[in-house]
Design a protein around this ligand. Structure first.
Ligand code: PLP
Length: 475
């Protein structure tokens, strides 16, 4: 493809995306595709000769779109958001066009320095503790996903607890870590990958708010110590996946500090809310954390693959990750004056991810991003009020930020039927969870183009479905 052809097809692709954003609402939100249907529409063999670009773009409409669930639809209320925005997508395109591999400072100084700078901006923008800034002993790094962030934090914690012994001799079977029954499954996955083993992950019971009980943590750490084990890592959550419950960081942090245990705080979606001063209390106690992560690609208008990981002390992380083979040696690394982010992550290679965060911060400004978050919290507040006033639904837990968890008053079966009915309609998409044993519907209001009218229409459809589901339950 010549640069001129690239320009021509590039314009067509940008037009396609812009049109898609304008008409995303017209598609059934949840893909209606049956298993195997997309593959069946594709030729069994790769093409021997190259094809015209227009044919590929036409296949996006004909073959791919039926198999797409529309995360960008304003009627998408399931799971968690997948925010995107013009500046972010354009920055991603620039990142692809530059094709930079930023493994070392020397392989593209701008890739490293913009990342360091923008992550220091994020510390200011979210009011995070200063110890996470690169100007002290800590610093931030962009990972792809929160799952990678927690794995890196766990490896750094293991490094600190064993003074590097694990790297040399393999995992000490006495290492134990802690989380709550509502912690994201990525923590257990990290524990398995790191060789700690699921049997050494203590999954602690919850309080009435679905948050981790500090007294349980304290007593399990003491019991484990008494048995000769080595407690070394706790993951607390600010905004659990199921209900956006917030673990009590001040108490958990004090326990970890006294016990010399690494505290990682996972704020994958909810962390973005801290850009608004009025929601910043979600981070009370964060000064205790050794590491902290949130995903701007969930709720802060940056597209996929942008998880901010901050550490209070970068040496443990670098100690866990750094191996310097001959072919990567260079004078900048030798000088000790530069950051080589390959030592802050699992893979060697890394794209110029910071461009999209940089563009988004500059395009919207802090005030634009605050308006984005406030809009969603306001809509969720309205929705929670309607649920409270309705006769067919009840709140399962108090609304937390942009998430409303509710259930049908007739019970689990009726709630399940409501979910099936509204999702089948294609007009909206909600997901579910279980809280304290109850089947619960989750309404997460966070899509970029969602307005009050969309939320109202969703509520009315839910009430309609509740009538049918309630009647069926009573039969
Ligand atoms: N932590 C929490 C609280 C989450 O809700 C999620 C995803 O929903 C994750 C971690 C995992 O995120 P990622 O997909 O970025 O690995």
């Amino acid at each position: 493809m010549t640069p001129e052809q690239f320009r021509q097809h590039g314009y067509a692709v940008i037009d396609w995306i812009a049109q898609y954003w304008q008409r995303a609402e017209q598609f059934p939100v949840l893909s209606q595709s049956a298993p195997g249907e997309v593959r069946l529409s594709l030729p069994p063999h790769p093409p021997q000769e190259g094809e015209p670009f227009a044919a590929m773009l036409a296949d996006i409409d004909e073959k791919i779109m039926p198999g797409i669930t529309h995360w960008q639809s304003p009627n998408f209320f399931a799971y968690f958001p997948s925010n995107i925005s013009g500046p972010s997508v354009l920055a991603e395109l620039l990142c692809s066009g530059l094709g930079v591999q930023g493994m070392l400072w020397s392989t593209s100084p701008a890739c490293t320095e913009v990342e360091t700078h923008v992550l220091d901006w994020i510390v200011q923008a979210l009011g995070l503790p200063d110890k996470f800034k690169s100007t002290g002993s800590g610093g931030g790094v962009l990972q792809d996903y929160a799952s990678s962030s927690v794995l890196c934090a766990l490896l750094a914690a293991r490094e600190r607890a064993t003074q590097g012994e694990t790297n040399k001799h393999g995992c000490d079977r006495r290492l134990v870590c802690y989380c709550s029954a509502q912690t994201h499954s990525s923590v257990e996955k990290a524990v398995r990958i790191a060789g700690i083993g699921s049997q050494n992950l203590r999954i602690l019971p919850l309080d009435e708010h679905n948050a981790l009980r500090p007294e349980e943590l304290q007593s399990r750490i003491e019991q484990d110590r008494a048995q000769g084990l080595i407690p070394f890592f706790v993951c607390a959550t600010v905004g659990t996946t199921s209900s956006l419950a917030i673990d009590p960081l001040p108490q958990i942090g004090a326990i970890c500090a006294a016990a010399g245990v690494w505290l990682h705080v996972d704020a994958a979606m909810a962390g973005s809310a801290a850009i608004c001063p009025e929601f910043r209390s979600i981070h009370d106690g964060l000064e205790y954390a050794d590491s902290y992560c949130f995903n701007p690609h969930k709720w802060l208008l940056v597209n996929h693959g942008c998880s901010c990981l901050f550490v209070a002390n970068r040496h443990a992380l670098i100690g866990a990750m750094s191996i310097l083979p001959e072919y990567l040696k260079n004078s900048a690394t030798d000088s000790g004056q530069v950051i080589d982010y390959r030592d802050w992550q699992i893979p060697l290679g890394r794209p110029f991810r910071a461009l999209k965060l940089w563009f988004v911060l500059r395009h919207y400004g802090i005030s634009g991003l605050q308006a984005h978050i406030r809009h969603h919290v306001h809509l969720a507040e309205l929705f929670a009020g309607w649920i409270e006033q309705s006769t067919c639904f009840a709140l399962s837990v108090p609304r937390s930020l942009n998430l409303v968890c509710f259930h049908h008053v007739a019970g689990d079966e009726a709630s399940e039927r409501v979910l099936q009915q509204v999702n089948r309609s294609g007009e909206m998409f909600l997901s579910h969870t279980r809280l304290q044993g109850r089947y619960v519907l989750r309404m997460c209001v966070s899509q970029v183009h969602t307005t009050e009218a969309h939320v109202r229409a969703a509520f009315e459809q839910l009430v309609q479905a509740a009538g049918t589901a309630g009647a069926a339950s009573a039969e």
